[in-house]
Design a protein around this ligand. Sequence first.
Ligand code: HEC
Ligand code: HEC
Length: 240
Amino acid sequence: MSGFGRVARMGMAAAISAAGVLAAGAALADAEQGSIARGGKLYDKWYAVVKAEPPSEAHPLYPASNEKYAKDAAANWRCKECHGWDGLGAAGAYKSGSHATGIKGIEGMAGGDPAAIVTLLKGDHGYADKLAEQDLIDLANFVAFGQIDWSLYIDAEAKKSKGDPVAGKQVYETVCIGCHGADGKLPKEMPPLGSLSGNPWEVMHKVLNGQPNEAMPALRAIDHQVTANVVAYLATLPAE
Ligand code: HEC
Ligand code: HEC
């Protein structure tokens, strides 16, 4: 089968299943993919995206019960630190372990009104004086239109992508290889890509949205199955 036919068919299947899973299937096409991807990078590490210093005081909503991160303002102001890479908060990968806080996820706002999310982020969340209006809109678009049904792409129990590593290799060796090298050990200051496979949600988030403050592309505008395939291939690369 030709690669083109294969990708086209997967694209259709994913579009149909996404519409069935997400409440706002029709609205999915409304927001710009670039805005959603930028929102995803802000969700990851907003201060790197806007080239600001991280706050020095802990986030007021962060619970003292997590002693590891309660005093670490650079960590606990990141959206992902309270709501998880999977956006599922205490119901997802952060339900236990060193990042656990008990805070709920953001999945309840998938398909929600972006303006209401902007208002929420300017309130108790404390981002009004830290982020510009466009940053807040991009974050809101990510929350409202950028969340995915992880169960389609990741086996949570096994912590593994459900994608096809053979198909993923073709994408890696055309799109990623120039910056990351054939074995995933570039750039030098980064851990090898093959060593990150214990957290497929984080890796998939970064491949979908890009790396904050880096020239790395975001694959969000194409079928997420392609991203899942790349993530499956990364897990086969050398871990050291
Ligand atoms: C220090 C922890 C913390 C950080 C950082 C944080 N949040 Fe929250 N967030 C919360 C808490 C606590 C709630 C309220 C949960 C509740 O109602 O029980 C919440 C609620 C939300 C909700 C509403 C969820 C719902 O279904 O009601 C959204 C959306 C949200 N946050 C988005 C974000 C975004 C986007 C960022 C980053 C810009 C962010 N949050 C950063 C703690 C945090
Ligand atoms: C234009 C160069 C460029 C391209 C193309 C690129 N990346 Fe990246 N990527 C980077 C840089 C730079 C970083 C951050 C390096 C650092 O943190 O030191 C990064 C970081 C990452 C990370 C996060 C690593 C971590 O430490 O958490 C992942 C995962 C990743 N890239 C995967 C990919 C995949 C998969 C592709 C192809 C779909 C890709 N990248 C394409 C430049 C690129």
